[in-house]
Design a protein around this ligand. Structure first.
Ligand code: OOG
Ligand code: NI
Length: 462
């Protein structure tokens, strides 16, 4: 029987999840509509619109977000995503006060190779509740939370078996693929199970995120994000359609220079009717705000040096505009960027602040000269062209901003207690899979393309 290969499973999963989310969260459908219009408009007027991804890729592109409670659940989520060719990339610690003060650590599951990303770049930002973190949970609450989480099962064994088989065999036959996709979408659909009101409220006092993760017996996609080519236009048009957006676009400011990294914004979670079990055992109606809409624009991937420049600019903007309205923050950011950040791709390249791939120029006039040894000279003399790599990952501060803008309250947190040490290594242990370093991935892609281009030119290593 014909095998449905990994990437087709991934594309089908992304499509089905999107269809499911559209029926559950109607504002998401509006968001998709507006995103589609804007992408068509930009593609129609800007010949460079496809520079950071073809319109086909951008149109299909989504990221989702889920939150889990235990290392076992994280490992199981990792198994489901591995079946889809999605691997953990990056470690994001959102617990610290200056990042976000949210009791989770996160990674993003996504395809690694350029070919796979082109086929379908679906990603899922996945967060693990840090139940042992004393800044948020005391020992008593931690033990009750751990016991509650140990009793639930997010992923049925049949789903995990199919996922393991899909990973091993790089796909599934048609019937198994169908079953796998149904079970996988189900695992991320909002449950109709009654919510224990007292337990949920107790966790909510600590953190709305803790309640969303540990206050219920299931998980759910909490947002699904399309990619837009002009996020400022999108923001205005969503407001015109009567959908209230959060007060800012996270990430770099809008400015005249190159788009880098990631800009994101969202609309607030809507109150959705849910059934609760009250302390006296009665079932009553209520509402929870746990699912929202987000949209993003992606720019060029920065090197570690470029990223340090970005982080420094963000910190300086914060310092100058603490407590000021967002319009002022944007204006200040723009001024600082114009002073300190390269205004052209060529300059980003020259200062090695961003990642590029290279192509040999096939029809360069043959003037008898040998290609120079140095990368900058190869470009300047027209032997190579450089094409920026799109940023495929996330930003911790933006992520925390997205979390926080959708919390009902700030919760309580005692900054004087110790946090549990948690790093990429420990996350990898919990997952039972390596956590890939995003910078290393972009650098490897850049190096490979440079070597191939030099070989094609018959030049020495640059
Ligand atoms: C995840 C928030 C982070 C992003 O795009 O930065 C995120 C969450 O709310 O669970 O998705
Ligand atoms: Ni997101």
């Amino acid at each position: 029987m014909a095998l449905t290969p990994t990437w087709r499973l991934r594309a089908a999963f992304a499509r089905r999840l999107s269809a499911m989310y559209g029926t559950e969260v109607p504002a998401y459908t509006t968001l998709l509509e507006v995103t589609g219009q804007i992408n068509d408009e930009v593609a129609g007027r800007d010949p460079d619109a496809g520079r950071l991804g073809s319109l086909d890729r951008v149109t299909a592109e989504r990221h989702g977000a889920i939150r889990v409670g235990t290392p076992t659940e994280l490992r199981q989520a990792g198994q489901v995503f591995a079946a889809l060719g999605m691997h953990p990339v990056g470690f994001y610690d959102l617990r610290d006060g200056d990042v976000g003060a949210v009791p989770v650590v996160s990674t993003a599951f996504r395809p690694l190779d350029a070919t796979e990303l082109d086929r379908n770049p679906f990603r899922v930002f996945t967060s693990l509740l840090t139940t042992g973190d004393r800044r948020f949970f005391d020992a008593d609450l931690e033990s009750r939370l751990t016991a509650f989480l140990a009793r639930r099962r997010l992923f049925p064994p049949e789903l995990l078996d199919l996922a393991a088989r899909a990973e091993r065999e790089h796909g599934l036959d048609e019937a198994a693929a169908e079953r796998f996709l149904t079970l996988a979408v189900d695992a991320f659909t909002l449950s109709t199970e009654p919510v224990d009101r007292a337990w949920y409220a107790e966790l909510e006092r600590i953190s709305a995120v803790a309640a969303d993760i540990g206050g219920v017996t299931t998980t759910h996609v909490n947002h699904l994000t399309p990619r837009v080519l002009d996020i400022d236009a999108l923001y205005r048009r969503m407001e015109e359609r009567g959908i209230t957006m959060i007060d800012r676009i996270q990430g770099p400011p809008r400015w005249a220079g190159p788009d880098v990294l990631l800009r994101q914004t969202s609309f607030r979670a809507l109150a959705e009717p849910r059934t609760f079990r009250d302390p006296d055992g009665r079932l009553t109606r209520g509402a929870l705000r746990v699912r929202f809409g987000e949209v993003e624009a992606r720019g060029i991937a920065l090197t570690r040096t470029g990223r340090a420049r970005y982080d420094a600019l963000t910190a300086e903007t914060d310092r100058r505009t603490a407590g000021r309205p967002d319009a002022e923050r944007q204006a200040t950011a723009r001024t600082l960027w114009e002073r300190d950040f390269p205004r052209t791709e060529a300059q980003l390249h020259a200062e090695r602040l961003a990642f590029f791939t290279y192509r040999p120029v096939a029809d360069r006039p043959r003037d008898g000269r040998r290609p120079p040894a140095d990368r900058a000279a190869l470009l300047a003399d027209g032997w190579l062209t450089a094409h920026p790599l799109v940023y495929e990952d996330f930003l911790p501060r933006s992520a925390a901003g997205i979390f926080r803008s959708n919390l009902t309250g700030d919760g309580t947190r005692d900054p004087h207690r110790d946090g549990t040490p948690f790093d990429a290594h420990r996350l990898a242990e919990a997952l039972g899979r390596p956590v890939h370093d995003p910078f290393a991935g972009y650098a490897a892609q850049q190096d490979r393309s440079l070597r191939a281009a030099l070989t094609a030119l018959g030049a020495d290593e640059a």
